[in-house]
Design a protein around this ligand. Structure first.
Ligand code: PGA
Length: 258
């Protein structure tokens, strides 16, 4: 089993001071743990530089929550991949379901963002996941397949190596109702098979496929124990240092036991 990756998505939360406190608390808690698990904090844009400053001396990386699909120019309010790369950001979420829902992001827009991120050396964390309706109708595999094919399958093998995928069933995000470990494993295995068909066995094995959606300190261990679950994208539970660190420790435990 490869080391896990745990990413905290803070969404639009925390004041500057609270963000600073949270980064310090997490840094202190993981200091000296010699983690194998990769840890990434994705705060709002305004706190990214604060995060990259701390990340230099600590065992985590900084990630953005979004970027523009355009490289530069007259796009008021947008932040480019190049800008976030310049301040040392290593990861960026793309196509989160909240962006798809509230900002009308399509798979085509997401594909352009992925291209921008790769151009500037940032790892895109591409989110996919079905709505409750899709699962009830039995369309969940089809929906996820289309999302993945349309947002990343235009990449060549070398580009694909830098992509992380996060499976986040929309009905599980922020609801307290996580996918069962079996449901997560089933979908992760399906995604890995899609990758294998397109990019080959090695690329499929190496690719990180994270689970997101009400993942917390109580259920992380069981979710991360699934063979095809390579870690988690954590929303609400990443806003409390102790809970987030417990999730990281669950990832470490799974690795040690396997
Ligand atoms: P949640 O959010 O952990 O609060 O469900 C996950 C996410 O939106 O990435």
């Amino acid at each position: 089993m490869k080391p896990k990756l745990v990413i905290g998505n803070w969404k639009m939360n925390k004041s500057f001071e609270e963000a600073d406190d949270l980064i310090i608390e997490i840094s202190e808690a993981i200091e000296g743990l010699t983690l194998q698990t990769g840890v990434v904090l994705c705060p709002p844009y305004l706190y990214l530089e604060l995060t990259t400053d701390h990340a230099e001396e600590n065992e985590f990386s900084a990630g953005a929550q979004n970027c523009s699909e355009f490289e530069n120019g007259a796009f008021t309010g947008e932040i480019s991949a190049e800008m976030i790369s310049e301040i040392g950001v290593e990861f960026c979420l793309v196509g989160h379901s909240e962006r798809r829902k509230y900002f009308a992001e399509s798979n085509q827009t997401i594909a352009k963002k992925v291209d921008q991120l790769l151009k500037f050396g940032i790892i895109p964390v591409v989110c996919c996941g079905e709505q409750l309706e899709d699962r009830k109708n039995g369309n969940h595999f089809q929906v996820v397949e289309t999302q993945i094919k349309e947002s990343i399958f235009h990449l060549n093998n070398e580009q694909f190596e830098s992509v992380v995928i996060a499976y986040e069933p929309v009905w599980a995000i922020g609801t307290g109702e996580n996918a069962t470990p079996a449901q997560a494993e089933e979908m992760h295995q399906f995604i890995r098979q899609l990758i294998e068909k397109k990019y080959g066995t090695e690329a499929a094995y190496s690719c990180y496929i994270l689970y997101g959606g009400s993942c917390n300190a109580q259920n992380a261990l069981e979710l991360f124990t699934q063979q095809n679950v390579d870690g988690g994208l954590i929303g609400g539970a990443s806003l409390k240092a102790k809970e987030f660190v417990d999730i990281i420790e669950a990832a470490e435990t799974v690795l040690k036991d396997n």
